[in-house]
Design a protein around this ligand. Structure first.
Ligand SMILES: [Zn+2]
Ligand SMILES: [Zn+2]
Length: 297
């Protein structure tokens, strides 16, 4: 299972319909948080996202992306959490998050580790997948994150195993798991894992295209529509059309627009229309929405 839950899809400030940035990613029973804007903990409660998480990833330190971590930490402390919490962000994370950890509490009653990530370097040791930050263009060291699963073993072909005279039994399992050699073709070619890419705030960029090559899901910011394309450029954001151009260039399966300006809070149809001219499989995220990312085979 690989699912994302959008907790906040508004740019810069919350609206009645949309909270500021927050995204939960669930994989094989594990929950991770990307961004934690003001009010994220309440969005987690509303949309049934577990507080039993151990990692939060930040793309940059504009207020709408991290202020919520102060309240969330407080709540986790009240719940008597003993486990450490790991926070990741680009350069500057130690200073900003370090200060945030001190606000409003005597001391945080569980360990918090803050790590500054480097683009291109996988974060932590994980089983079956990796999370790799990549450079984005939002003025000053911002990053996006790519979650990439490793290749899975090929399928075990029962008919071919029988035809090769391997008797049904423990040997099948061993061959399927690669613990014993099997005749050619009994185990199919390795199957690709899934790739989910989350940009955070950014101009359209070659580094995103690179990171998102062939992605199953690209979550790209689309703060503005075409009529404000100059403003997008000035403020380090993307238009919906520009996000679509990135999706097209990267050859992704699915594009979801995120981080929309308050003017699109009620209806973002215009953004979807503009993006669709360039890239057909596109939608705009809304708060509380869950998106499954299935294996392609
Ligand atoms: Zn933002
Ligand atoms: Zn920003």
């Amino acid at each position: 299972m690989l699912t994302v839950t959008f907790l906040g899809t508004s740019a810069a400030r919350p609206t009645v319909e949309r909270n500021v940035s927050g995204l939960a990613l669930h994989r094989e029973g594990e929950t991770m948080l990307f961004e934690c804007g003001e009010g994220t903990q309440r969005q987690m409660m509303r949309y049934g996202v577990s507080f039993a998480l151990s990692e939060i990833f930040f793309t940059h330190f504009h207020a709408d992306h991290f202020l919520g971590v102060i309240g969330l930490i407080r709540t986790l402390g009240l719940q008597g959490r003993p486990e450490p919490l790991l926070l990741y962000g680009p350069k500057g994370a130690k200073k900003v998050l370090g200060e945030a950890m001190k606000l409003g509490v005597e001391r945080v009653p569980f360990p918090v580790e803050i790590t500054e990530v480097k683009p291109g370097e996988a974060i932590g040791k994980r089983d079956g997948y990796e999370i790799v930050p990549f450079t984005t263009e939002h003025g000053g060291g911002s990053v996006g994150y790519a979650l990439r699963e490793f290749e899975r073993r090929g399928r075990f072909d029962v008919e071919k195993a029988k035809a090769a005279g391997i008797p049904e039994g423990p040997m099948w399992g061993k061959i399927a798991k690669g613990e014993a050699p099997g005749p050619e073709g009994v185990v199919g070619p390795p199957r690709p894992g899934r790739l989910v890419v989350f940009t955070g705030d950014t101009r359209p960029s070659a580094t995103t295209i690179d990171a998102a090559k062939g992605a199953d899901l690209l979550i790209h910011e689309a703060t503005f529509g075409e009529e404000e394309k100059d403003r997008a450029k000035e403020t380090g954001h993307s238009t919906a059309k520009e996000a679509a151009q990135v999706a097209l260039a990267a050859g992704v399966q699915k594009l979801v627009l995120n981080h929309v300006s308050a003017r699109y809070s009620m209806s973002a149809d215009e953004l979807v229309r503009e993006a669709k001219d360039v890239f057909p499989n596109v939608s705009v995220a809304r708060d509380g929405q869950e998106i499954d990312v299935p294996f392609r085979d």
